[in-house]
Design a protein around this ligand. Structure first.
Ligand SMILES: Cc1cc2nc3c(=O)[nH]c(=O)nc-3n(C[C@H](O)[C@H](O)[C@H](O)COP(=O)(O)OP(=O)(O)OC[C@H]3O[C@@H](n4cnc5c(N)ncnc54)[C@H](O)[C@@H]3O)c2cc1C
Length: 438
């Protein structure tokens, strides 16, 4: 592949930042705040918003600019329950009653997200165009058909199987062997949503302070002292919302979070007609590989955004563009000559049981781990739940609370096993695909 796949002026920063660049925030750290939140992504800001609007004095600090983590880098796919249970057999893991409570809460999280953007008037290019989960083999079509039947047991018929012959309505690509359409899903501009949360927090009096890395959290007689590169700040309560960027500020959490890199590329403008020709319904498309690939139109409909795991270890933007451009061309062969203007990566937070977590450890509140591409809705929801815990304003704990937060012997936060598993998964994807082609 020639270097012409890089457009003139190529950038290794998110395409989203062209329309909504994260802010630096204030510089000076106060001596004290009722609540200090570490991490300024969707979880941290959603918690801060809820606390701020209830009159609690909140300071959010971030090691980088406000929103520099996964939140301003996401692909912007959103949905309710499908995001929670895709990697696991939830019922087998937690039992039917708990599984139903979790799935219902995942649906509620999606409703909550829609209520928040309406209530706070957040313009984030949200559409409810649904999602097409495309089978990359005939066998995976059968597997998602089973899931669809299970999901639809609630009688709401929100998931629909679409055969290969009918899939053109959603995606025009021979790559897929049919798929599942999730009606209760859509997409948005993640950096605009994040910027909307920033503005809402500021309106509620939340202090947002960037370039402030928390080094440690120490319990005191009256609360906590958080040490940062800008000095100490005291707080009555602390919340950790550090996601896939969790570092030594909390070794306990670091041992329980597996950071997983994901990368996205944006093509140059190719025009609405050409994008519509690939994605006529304007919905997000995800495939069923173990190492997933996904595509969506840009919010203005003139570009294709394409993503996936270019590699399981950090690689240069140049290398990830070449890999993802190749994957994109496999899905949409007509894109072979289209150059890329932006490529960016970020870390998602995974847990050992693939379930999101909210709760308290040593009196420190936390909300973290979307386990893949569901964090826009889920981390906003868990941030809200953590805020309610901090205010002690509910006697109905989240269904995600109280789940075991497991680690693995000898794991300290460096996911040495991820490239090994990643290579194995990629190999199995390759075998499955070739078997079905043969
Ligand atoms: C490429 C990519 C695509 C994705 N696509 C989707 C999608 O389509 N749909 C979807 O729903 N989800 C998607 N996700 C997942 C989603 O973006 C995340 O789940 C979500 O943004 C996580 O929010 P968060 O608040 O938990 O963490 P983050 O947004 O990652 O924020 C954590 C913050 O903590 C800060 N921090 C860490 N340690 C410290 C410290 N010691 N002191 C101070 N600050 C610290 C970091 O700097 C960071 O800003 C995607 C993620 C990536 C990377």
């Amino acid at each position: 592949m020639s270097s012409s796949i890089f457009a003139d002026g190529f950038k290794d920063t998110p395409y989203w930042w062209e329309a909504a660049h994260p802010i630096t925030g204030a510089d000076a750290l106060p001596d004290h705040s009722d609540v200090v939140i570490i991490g300024s992504g969707f979880a941290g800001l959603s918690a801060a918003m809820e606390l701020g609007r209830n009159g609690v004095q909140v300071t959010v600090i971030d090691a980088g600019i406000i929103g520099i983590g996964a939140s301003s880098r996401a692909a912007g796919f959103i949905s309710g329950r499908a995001g929670v249970s895709k990697q696991i057999n939830l019922k087998k893991m937690v039992g039917t009653t708990k599984a139903n409570a979790i799935l219902e809460e995942a649906d509620e999280a999606y409703q909550h997200f829609q209520r928040i953007i309406a209530r706070e008037d957040i313009a984030c290019d949200f559409n409810g165009n649904g999602r097409f989960v495309g089978a990359h083999t005939p066998e995976s079509y059968d597997a998602i058909a089973k899931k669809t039947a299970e999901y639809n047991q609630d009688g709401k018929d929100r998931f629909v199987m679409v055969s290969r012959a009918e899939q053109d309505t959603y995606v025009r690509s021979d790559y897929f062997h049919g798929g599942m359409v999730t009606r209760d899903a859509g997409s948005l501009h993640p950096a605009k949503y994040h910027a909307g949360l920033v503005q809402t927090c500021l309106r509620y009096g939340v202090k947002l302070i960037g370039n402030t890395r928390a080094g440690s959290i120490n319990k005191t007689a009256s609360g906590f002292t958080i040490s940062t590169n800008k000095g100490d700040i005291r707080a009555d309560q602390v919340m950790l919302a550090t996601g896939g960027y969790t570092d030594k500020v909390s070794p306990w959490h670091k041992r329980r979070i597996i950071p997983m890199s994901s990368t996205i590329i944006a093509t140059e403008q190719i025009g609405k007609a050409r994008v519509d020709a690939m994605l006529p319904f304007g919905c997000a498309v995800i495939d069923t590989r173990r190492v997933i690939r996904f595509a969506r139109p840009s919010p203005d409909g003139t570009r294709l955004l394409f993503g996936g795991r270019a590699r399981f270890t950090p690689v240069s933007a140049e290398k990830s563009v070449r890999i993802l451009h190749g994957y994109m061309t496999e899905m949409f062969p007509d894109m072979a000559d289209v150059p890329i203007t932006h490529s960016w990566a970020g870390y998602m937070a995974f847990t050992f049981d693939f379930l999101p977590k909210v709760g308290q450890q040593d009196d420190v509140h936390y909300a973290m781990a979307c386990n893949g591409g569901a964090g826009v809705v889920m981390m906003s929801w868990l941030g809200f739940q953590a805020a309610r815990n901090i205010m002690n304003s509910t006697n109905q704990p989240s269904a995600f609370e109280g789940l075991p937060f497991k680690t693995m012997p000898l794991y300290s936060g460096l996911p040495w096993f991820v490239p090994v598993i990643g290579t194995w998964y990629r190999f199995r994807d390759w075998i499955d695909r070739n078997r079905s082609a043969g």
